[in-house]
Design a protein around this ligand. Structure first.
Ligand code: PMV
Length: 360
């Protein structure tokens, strides 16, 4: 599929005003996207679990101008307060998607957005935030062109969300999403995320992600800076090849429910992401001492308990603790007893695999 497929057909309706609200989840990558080409094209494919509890709710109100304007016109409210400092990011996003949504300058928008997770918890809100906004804009496009199919709607929402934040392309649907062209994944594309197209073992139907908030501060390295560090990175090419290979490997793991191999791939991906940042120029260590302490305790507990608890990391110090539903009664008490003391004020979020964004 080519980019031109996302240019709209003629709009058949006139819409003067209205509003729409979407609740869109975050997601956690098992195989990580780190490094991109121009236009938010990923250097390698990634796969993620869509989450359920960590979500952004965005209400988009729109009112048509009497005359089309030269600039985008919008107000932005975050958790009830006008937030002009968030506007440049939205402005950049609108510029990127304008050619695919040519009505944008015809309207004044009010964007009211809030997160289910606390602000500055160190949880990235770009995936849920950008996907929620992309879905709202798609709902307006659907009003202008009601003929758009559900499949095209989701695909274009993911395409637009990607232009806001790469990982946001994986937050439209659930429960397992692949984004990025991969030879062994039918239908995969660099332009948008797709639902994982193959069979998945029962054990992955309900999977828990308890997010341990080790460090709630601002991210030390923004995604933009982080992705840029993969240009001229001495190990980048090898890493991109590895991600393709890992995506092939995880397919049989997802089919067979081989949790031992699942753990090996997922933890290696997390550590590789951090290794890339430790070996870039400039270099960064994004883990904190408590991150390492948690990882060591997970390893020890896994060995002694015979469970399949494992961890993954984003580009920060927080730890995502992953475990299957049938081990919840053993693993969650362990988290409470042994891991929460390494979180800021014992702060954590109990999340699990989810099924995608919802229109409210
Ligand atoms: O979507 P971005 O540009 O914020 O990148 C996110 C990258 C990671 O979260 C570190 C990995 C991933 O695949 O989600």
């Amino acid at each position: 599929m080519k980019v031109a497929a996302f240019l709209p057909n003629d709009y058949t309706k006139n819409v003067a005003s209205g509003n729409v609200t979407w609740k869109s989840p975050s997601n956690i990558a098992l195989i990580k996207y780190w490094g991109k080409k121009e236009d938010q094209i990923p250097q390698n494919p990634s796969i993620s679990f869509t989450l359920e509890a960590c979500a952004t709710t965005t209400k988009l109100s729109y009112k048509k101008h009497d005359q089309p304007q030269n600039d985008f016109s919008f107000d932005l409210f975050f958790e009830g307060t006008q937030k002009d400092d968030f506007k440049p990011k939205i402005n950049t996003f609108l510029k990127r998607v304008e050619q695919y949504l040519p009505f944008l300058k015809d309207y004044h928008f009010t964007i009211e957005t809030s997160n289910s997770f606390p602000h500055s918890s160190g949880i990235a809100s770009s995936a849920s935030g950008m996907s929620a906004l992309a879905l709202c804009l798609m709902s307006l496009e659907k009003e202008l062109n009601p003929k758009i199919s559900q499949e095209d709607f989701n695909r274009k929402a993911s395409f637009l969300a990607r232009l806001g934040s790469g990982s946001a392309s994986r937050s439209i649907e659930g429960d397992i999403i692949v984004w990025g062209q991969h030879a062994n994944t039918i239908g995969s594309s660099d332009l948008f995320g797709i639902k994982y197209p193959y069979g998945v073992h029962e054990v992955f139907k309900k999977y828990h992600d308890t997010i341990l908030l080790v460090d709630k501060g601002e991210k030390q390295v923004s995604s933009t800076v982080g992705h840029d560090l993969m240009y001229n990175h001495p190990f980048a090419q090898q890493r991109f090849v590895q991600a393709h290979e890992n995506l092939t490997k995880i397919q049989s793991v997802l089919a067979d429910g081989d949790l031992k191999e699942f753990i090996a791939i997922v933890e290696s991906e997390a550590l590789t992401l951090h290794a890339m940042m430790m070996t870039s120029s400039p270099y960064f260590i994004l883990m904190k001492p408590n991150t390492l302490e948690i990882i060591n305790r997970i390893w020890k507990f896994r060995e002694t308990s015979g469970t399949h608890v494992c961890f993954t990391l984003d580009a920060g110090a927080n730890v995502h603790v992953l475990y299957p539903e049938n081990e919840k009664d053993t693993v969650y008490p362990f988290i409470q007893k042994e891991l929460l003391k390494f979180c800021q004020n014992e702060h954590h979020i109990c999340d699990q695999i989810g099924f995608g964004a919802k229109k409210l």
